[in-house]
Design a protein around this ligand. Structure first.
Ligand code: 5AD
Ligand code: SF4
Length: 425
């Protein structure tokens, strides 16, 4: 029996799908290389924006036709949508046979053997102890260090679907990172909704990072995501003194306006954020800073939006993931007055996307002529004599090379740049 899994949304879902693969493999399932070879189709879903949910529902409604050709085919929905609207999905004529939320993956074998489409209640604070993820990428790996979120940013569905924060044992994380390196995955990204609030016994995030930095089997260590309210001086010190810790931080700003930040329940001001950027750049002049920005949060006026634009110019992020505010049922922001009309949200989004493209291009061009170190991860899309990979500061680079270079660090000189790639010799 074969399964096929399609993953949507953030890296946490990518990582969870690797746990699901492990659960299914232990139950005797094999992974299919395409949906039409599968007896079981799984969709690991995202609820963070309406658009993400619509896309998956569209995909499922396409796939359910396969049931006519392949009787016995089962379709399952995993992840945040299963958690948020599982029962509703089963009641409607969606073709979905079962749902399993983010804490219920251990129950999948039982669910598959039963007629019921709903998982038994398991411990809602799963950390999946003892379950080794089946890492998919040959040269990089995600390692989850904490699950859930307690921050309740007013726009965000995550705390409702992923539940309360809990951290994984530091020893388990250490062993997993070491194993990744030994298996050739030398670029490891630690994952958590807010890694800065990691705590297991006496170990906080800076201590954890410092310990993992000593693992010889890996070349590079990254982490996402940091919340600006919890980013400590201790963490900046560990980053600056690290041997393997990358020169990159993802630090979501969300808005450059204090009134909006307050309404978002972010618990920091722009000035505080700006101070963090200064500290980071003072400690590590070559650090790349990337961010998330939401355009058109309820009540955002033109002036407030202009503050975000000014902040983006002022800081000069290496990259920004820009989003149009999407109301999520059940969150505080969804019922705020003064929802911004769709056309204005879209116009604002387009403006910041374009602005960031210009800034990113400048940042990439500034590296022309310099020598960089690239961790080679795969082939370049354009040529079979060129390989590609990432720099420590999270930029994609293309350089000449071949099979023998995969999974190694290469030095190269940047000769050209686009807003997404450093082209090297
Ligand atoms: N609308 C738009 N963007 C959102 N994000 C989270 N919730 C919403 C929402 N309701 C964005 C935030 C977060 C990123 C992962 O997704 O910027 O940092
Ligand atoms: Fe959502 Fe805020 Fe938690 Fe991030 S920190 S997952 S934006 S509630």
């Amino acid at each position: 029996m074969k399964f096929y899994i399609e993953t949507y949304g953030c890296q946490m879902n990518v990582s969870d799908s690797e746990l699901v693969r492990s659960v299914l493999a232990a139950a005797g399932w094999e992974e299919a290389s395409a949906p039409d070879e599968a007896d079981l189709l799984l969709f690991n879903t995202c609820s963070v924006r309406q658009h993400a949910e619509d896309r998956v529902l569209g995909r499922i409604s396409n796939e359910k036709r396969r049931k006519l050709e392949r009787p016995g085919l089962k379709i399952g929905v995993l992840g945040c949508m299963a958690q948020r609207m599982g029962k509703r999905l089963l009641e409607e004529d969606t073709g979905i046979d079962f749902v399993a939320g983010v804490d219920q993956y251990r129950d999948l074998p039982r669910l598959l053997a039963s007629e019921s489409g709903i998982s038994n209640e398991l411990d809602p604070l799963q950390i999946y102890p003892g379950l080794q993820p089946r890492h998919q990428d040959k040269s990089c790996a995600f390692v989850t260090v904490m699950r859930g979120c307690d921050n309740f940013c007013s726009y965000c569905i995550v705390p409702y679907v992923r539940g309360r924060e809990r951290s994984l044992p530091a020893d388990d994380i250490y062993n997993e990172v070491r194993r990744c390196g030994e298996e050739g995955r030398k670029d490891v990204t630690l994952l958590g909704q807010n890694v800065n609030s990691y705590r297991y016994g006496d170990t906080g995030f800076p201590q954890l990072l410092s310990r993992l930095d000593g693992i010889d089997s890996i070349y590079r260590l990254r982490f996402i995501t940091s919340h600006p309210k919890d980013l400590s001086d201790g963490l900046i010190d560990v980053m600056a003194g690290g041997k393997r810790i990358c020169r990159h931080i993802h630090l979501p700003l969300q808005s450059g306006d204090d009134t909006v930040l307050r309404a978002m329940n972010r618990n920091y001001t722009y000035e505080h954020y700006r101070g963090l950027v200064e500290k980071l750049r003072k400690a590590m002049p070559d650090i790349a800073i990337t961010t998330d920005i939401i355009a058109g949060f309820p009540g955002e006026t033109d002036t407030m939006f202009d503050n975000t634009v000014a902040a983006m110019r002022d800081i000069g992020f290496d990259y920004s993931f820009c989003f149009k505010y999407s109301p999520r049922e059940g969150t505080v922001a969804a019922s705020l007055p003064d929802q911004v009309p769709e056309e204005i949200r879209l116009k604002r989004l387009q403006k910041i996307v374009e602005l960031q493209r210009e800034i990113t291009l400048e940042k990439f061009k500034a590296q022309i002529g310099t020598e960089i170190e690239v961790y080679v991860e795969g082939w370049s899309r354009k040529s079979n004599r060129q390989v590609s990979g990432k720099t420590s500061d999270y930029k994609i680079a293309v350089l000449s090379g071949g099979e023998k270079d995969m999974g190694t660090l290469k030095r190269a000189r940047v000769v050209r740049a686009t807003a997404g790639t450093l082209i090297c010799e």
